[in-house]
Design a protein around this ligand. Structure first.
Ligand SMILES: Cc1cc2nc3c(=O)[nH]c(=O)nc-3n(C[C@H](O)[C@H](O)[C@H](O)COP(=O)(O)O)c2cc1C
Length: 459
C-alpha cells in the first residue's frame, strides 16, 4: 500500500498554528482570494497529494475567558469562510487532486447535504470526500437555532440517522440505468428506475427520491475523526478513512487496533479502514537550517490564542487554570481526541497547561518533524511501514511556504523511495485511496446497496 497525503487546511487566515499569520511573508490573509486557493490546488497536485482536506467550524471560539475577545483579536479560526464553495474552482485547475470537506450532521439537513455532495462529485469527476463531524462549539448551536449544544450521545445518534438518510439517497434511490436521455422517445429518466426512500425517523422525515442522478462515486469517500467511545463507534461503523489525533506511537497503535476491532463488529473488513495522522513537517536543506526555521516558528506561536483554540476544543476555559498546573484527564463534550493526546495516550508523562499550549501552538496535537528532506522522509516512512499508518494530513505553519517546502524538498525524496501514491488519470478519490478499480463503496460498508437491501424498505 502506497503512502497517501492530504493537505490539512482551513478557509481562514489561521487554522491550527495560532500566531503564524504574523510570520514575515505569511500569505494566509489571502484566504479570501480565489487565486490563493487555485495556487494551493496546483501545488498540492504537483506534490502528489491525494486531497486537500478542509476543516470547518461554525460558531466562534468564545470559551476562553468567557467571551470572543481573544478569538477575534488573535484570529483563532476566525474569520472563516465556507470551504465547500472553493471546490469547483480548485477542481477546475487540477485533474487528479481530491477534496475532503468537513460538514456537520448537527446543523444541516441530510437531504440538503446529499444534494450538495452529489453535485460536487459530478463536478469533480468523483474526487470528493466528506469529513463527517458533529461539531463541538456551543456558539454554533446558538447561531443555528438551538439554545444549547446537544450532548455528544444525541449528536452521534443524529449523525447515525443522518448518514442512513444520505446512504438511501445516494445508493438506493436511483438505478444505475435510470437516466436514459432518449431524445427519440422523449424520455430523459425512466420513472420506474427512481424510488422513494420513505425515511421516517427520530430526527428526519425524508420521502425522497434523491434529486440528483448517480454521480461517479455515489457516496463520497467518508472521513471521520471521532475519539470518544461513541465517536469511535460511529467511525468504525461508517468511516472509510479516519484521522487519528494522538501524537504518540502508542496512542496511534491503540486507536488503530481499537477501531479495527470495532469495525469487525459491524461486519466490515477491519483492513478496509484507512488511517491518517496529522504531521507538522518543518524542513530545511540542512539540519541546522531546519532547526533555525523551527525556532523562528516557535517564536511566533501565540500562546494565548492557542489557549483560546484549545478552550474550544476541550470546552474548558483554560484562562481559569494556573499555567503550571498539571493537566488532568476529563471526558469532554467537545473533542475527546485533544484531551486524550495529553493524558490517555501518554500515561507516563505529565503535562502542564503551559507545556500543552506551547506544543499545540504549531499544529496542535500532531508530531512536529524537523529536519532535512531525508530525516522527514525517514520519519514518515517509519510511521507508514512500521506502524501501518496509510497516510498523513500535512499541517502547514506558514502558508503557503510550508506546503511549497514540503512539495519541493520532501516529496522528491518520498518519490525517490517509491513510497508515494501516484494517481491514474480519471481515477476517483476512492479508487486512489483503496488502490482498486472500484469507485463505489465496498460491499461490506453499511451504506453499500448490498448491505442496504437488508435494512431498508425495498426500492
Ligand atoms: C483531528 C481532528 C480534526 C477535526 N476536525 C474538525 C473540524 O474541522 N470541524 C469540526 O466541527 N470538528 C472537527 N473535529 C471534531 C470531531 O470530528 C468530533 O465531532 C468531535 O471530536 C467530537 O467527537 P469525539 O469526542 O468523539 O472526537 C475534529 C477532530 C479531530 C480529532
Amino acid at each position: 500500500m502506497a503512502m497517501h497525503l492530504n493537505l490539512f487546511t482551513m478557509n481562514a487566515p489561521e487554522h491550527v498554528s495560532p500566531g503564524s499569520w504574523t510570520y514575515p511573508g505569511d500569505g494566509s490573509t489571502r484566504y479570501t482570494d480565489l487565486e490563493y486557493w487555485t495556487e494551493v490546488a496546483r501545488t498540492a497536485e504537483r506534490g502528489g497529494f491525494d486531497a486537500v482536506f478542509f476543516a470547518d467550524v461554525r460558531g466562534i471560539y468564545d470559551v476562553y475567558g468567557g467571551d470572543r475577545y481573544t478569538a477575534l483579536e488573535r484570529g483563532v479560526q476566525t474569520p472563516s469562510n465556507d470551504p465547500q464553495l472553493l471546490v469547483p474552482a480548485m477542481a477546475q485547475v487540477t485533474d487528479e487532486l481530491g477534496f475532503a470537506v468537513t460538514r456537520s450532521t448537527t446543523y444541516i439537513h441530510p437531504y440538503q447535504l446529499a444534494r450538495e455532495f452529489s453535485t460536487l462529485d459530478h463536478l469533480t469527476d468523483g474526487r470528493i470526500a466528506l469529513n463527517v463531524v458533529t461539531s463541538y462549539l456551543e456558539s454554533a448551536a446558538r447561531n443555528l437555532g438551538l439554545h444549547e449544544r446537544m450532548d455528544k450521545e444525541t449528536r452521534y445518534d443524529r449523525a447515525d440517522e443522518f448518514l442512513e438518510v444520505c446512504y438511501a439517497l445516494w445508493e438506493s434511490s436511483w438505478d444505475e440505468d435510470a437516466v436514459r436521455v432518449d431524445a427519440d422517445a422523449g424520455v430523459y429518466t425512466d420513472p420506474d428506475g427512481v424510488s422513494s426512500i420513505d425515511h421516517d425517523g427520530e430526527c428526519f422525515t425524508v420521502p425522497g427520491p434523491h434529486g440528483c442522478e448517480p454521480s461517479p462515486q455515489r457516496t463520497p469517500v467518508l472521513y471521520q475523526a471521532g475519539s470518544s467511545d461513541r465517536g469511535r463507534e460511529f467511525a468504525a461503523a461508517n468511516a472509510e478513512a479516519v484521522f487519528a489525533s494522538q501524537p504518540t506511537e502508542a496512542g496511534v497503535r491503540e486507536y488503530m487496533a481499537d477501531l479495527r476491532t470495532r469495525a469487525e463488529t459491524y461486519g466490515r473488513d477491519p483492513d478496509s479502514l484507512r488511517f491518517f495522522i496529522g504531521v507538522v513537517p518543518i524542513v530545511g536543506e540542512t539540519e541546522e537550517l531546519a532547526q533555525a526555521k523551527y525556532e523562528s516558528y516557535e517564536d511566533h506561536v501565540d500562546v494565548e490564542a492557542t489557549l483560546a483554540l484549545l478552550s474550544g476544543f476541550l470546552d474548558m476555559d483554560l484562562s481559569k487554570l494556573d499555567p503550571d498546573q498539571k493537566v488532568e484527564h476529563i471526558e469532554t463534550e467537545a473533542i475527546q481526541g485533544t484531551m486524550n493526546a495529553f493524558t490517555r495516550s501518554q500515561p507516563d508523562r505529565e503535562w502542564t497547561v503551559r507545556e500543552v499550549a506551547q506544543f499545540c501552538g504549531l499544529g496542535t496535537t500532531s508530531p512536529k518533524i524537523v529536519g532535512t528532506p531525508e530525516t522527514i522522509a525517514d520519519e514518515l516512512e517509519y510511521w507508514h511501514e512500521e506502524i501501518g499508518v496509510h497516510g498523513f494530513n500535512v499541517k502547514e505553519v506558514v502558508r503557503p511556504d510550508s506546503l511549497r517546502d514540503f512539495v519541493d524538498l520532501v516529496v522528491p525524496e518520498l518519490r525517490a523511495r517509491g513510497l508515494l501514491s501516484e494517481s491514474q488519470p480519471g481515477q476517483t478519490l476512492r479508487e486512489r485511496l483503496y488502490e482498486e478499480d472500484e469507485p463505489r463503496l465496498p460491499a461490506d460498508h453499511p451504506g453499500a446497496p448490498e448491505r442496504r437491501a437488508n435494512v431498508s424498505p425495498s426500492p
